[in-house]
Structures are given as structure tokens and as C-alpha cells.
Design a binder for this molecule. Sequence first.
Ligand SMILES: Cc1cc2nc3c(=O)[nH]c(=O)nc-3n(C[C@H](O)[C@H](O)[C@H](O)COP(=O)(O)OP(=O)(O)OC[C@H]3O[C@@H](n4cnc5c(N)ncnc54)[C@H](O)[C@@H]3O)c2cc1C
Length: 314
Amino acid sequence: MIYVLGDKNIKSNIALIGKANELAKKFDNIVKIIFIDDKVRDYQKGYKVDETILIKTREGNLYDYEIYSKNLLSIIDEKVDLIIFPSNEVYREIAAILSIRLNSTLLTEATDLRVEENKLIGMRPSIGGDSFSEFTFKDRPYLITSKSLVYSDESTKLENYNIDEININNEKRAYDIEEVINFEQKVKDIKDADIIFAGGRGLLGEENFKELRKLASFYNGSVAGSRPTVDQGYIKVTEQVGQTGSFVKPNVYLAFGISGAIQHIAGMKDSKKIIVINNNKSSNIFKFADYAIVADANSIIRNMINILQREANS
Ligand SMILES: Cc1cc2nc3c(=O)[nH]c(=O)nc-3n(C[C@H](O)[C@H](O)[C@H](O)COP(=O)(O)OP(=O)(O)OC[C@H]3O[C@@H](n4cnc5c(N)ncnc54)[C@H](O)[C@@H]3O)c2cc1C
């Protein structure tokens, strides 16, 4: 049996289920998708799976690693061969906990899975993304986290589907909740952003990313970047755009000092308008630009901030 953990990101659900269905054919297996908490009800879109399970926790939508992992452990039995988690803050944590408690192998950030001689082989980028490594697994169930898996199975939707609800009532938090305070998030997640200011290696340093954030704040925009800028620690992993990051579709995507490698383009090419600022006019990203500026990215950022500040003060 293969379990896929459902996320609010429908694209991610479809990719993970697509791969799970592909593997299931080879393993003569069945695929189930599990959602935890009602909050995700809107995302249960009738995927092509053998069963959709909704685990309802007593306290509704408050994430608690202990409750989530205990609930999942209670439905994992010896029939489960593989569990695929979306790679987000919640499920990266849950996958790690389950791996310890089940004494199972966890492969993080997998980009592909295949079966060879009845063995599951996982693939993930290594050495800063310049090569791939392949892994085999020892102890079932095999655990995988992934942002997106390459899949060939056309995961069409089911017209009619049932949701099996499981109510877990014996959960107990290790602490009491006195008050829940919801912070209004000013900066939108890049997946929901209307305008994205993305920086690449061409910005040349952390200080310049601070300036990029300042510029973005004038437009209530979100900051994103290419993978090397995550590796350098200039932006958060949740802000990475591309094949192993997020796929974004803002109204405006401004790319400062990004070369336009295919892995990056995959994540931003569907933006409505793309503005490119790069000092090398042969950079690949210009092929995708609606507006192209051949210039030093940091000068453009600083000049824009100066103009906007002057306007704000006048
Ligand atoms: C399996 C795999 C997955 C990957 N996933 C991703 C992913 O999800 N997202 C991602 O982004 N990458 C990903 N990569 C890495 C990708 O291949 C590229 O290496 C990366 O996108 C390059 O980042 P960059 O454009 O910031 O840097 P570079 O390629 O180094 O480009 C820097 C650019 O800045 C320009 N520049 C330099 N100085 C200035 C200046 N002063 N002003 C203006 N422009 C300037 C240069 O002309 C150049 O075009 C992945 C790679 C692999 C192998």
C-alpha cells in the first residue's frame, strides 16, 4: 500500500499521486491519500486514488507534531510499503519523526522514484545540484519527502469519490493552550504573491538581498530567489523558485541577476509579466522577458528605492 499525504498545494498532490500510481502499477499496489484536519477540505479534489482518508483531530486545525504523528502511526500497519510526504514545514517534521519511530529509511527532497528489479530507487540532487545520487531502501515502510516528482501517469480526477473520515479522540497534547493569537502575515507566501522580487547570484551578497526586501516592501511584494541564493543563506528555502523550489504565478515577476537555468524557469515561466534585469544580454532568462533591462541589478534596486523614498517623503 502507498500513502500520499495531502497538502493544500493541489499541484503537489497531483504530482505525488501521479508518481504513486505509476509505482503502484509495478508493485501491484493500492494508493491512498490522507488529509489531516478539516482545513484542507477544499483541497480534496477527488484525486485518482483507491481511497481518500480524512483524519479529524479533536482540536481541528491546530498543528501539533505529536498529534499528527501519533494519528498517522495509528493507521500505519505492515501493509504500508511507501509513504510520500509533500516537502513543506509540517510534513518535513512529521516525516523525520515517523522515520525514527518506525525505524524506517527517510529520503528527503526526492526528485524521482523508480522500480528496478522489484527494488525502489530514489533519486535526489547532490553536490549543490550539479549531480544526482541514487538511493535504495532497507526497511519498510519507505519514507519520502518531495516538492515535486517527475511522473508519467495521467492522474485524472474521479467524478465520484468518498472520503473516509477517521475521528481520533484519544489524543492528548503534552501542554495546554492558553490562547491562540493569529498573526496577520504582511508578506505573502510566494505561491500566493501578486508581485515577486526575485534575486539571483548576480546580486552578489546578503546586503543586496536586504535592499531587495526594502524595494519589495514598497509594493507589498514578496521576495524570492534562485537556488544558489538559498544555499548561500540569503533567502529562506520557502522562497526558492524552481524545480526543487516553488512554482509561482504572480502578476509580475522581477528577476534581478538570475541567469534563467531551466530549473529556475520551470518555476516562474507562467508569471503574467516577467521583467528581467541582468547585466549580460545573452542570459537565457531574457528569452522569457516581457520587459528587459540590461544593467547592473544592484544599481537599479538602489535607484528605485531612492526614487520611491523621495516620493514617499514629498
Ligand atoms: C536537480 C537540480 C534542481 C535545481 N533546482 C533549482 C531550482 O529549483 N531553482 C533554481 O533557481 N535553480 C535550481 N537549480 C540550479 C540551476 O541549475 C542554476 O544553477 C541556478 O538557477 C542559477 O542561479 P542564478 O541564476 O542565481 O545564478 P547564475 O547562473 O550564476 O546567474 C547569475 C546571473 O546574474 C547575472 N549577473 C551577474 N552580475 C550581475 C549584476 N551586477 N547585475 C545584473 N546581473 C548580474 C549574470 O549575468 C547571470 O545571468 C537546480 C539544479 C539542479 C541540477
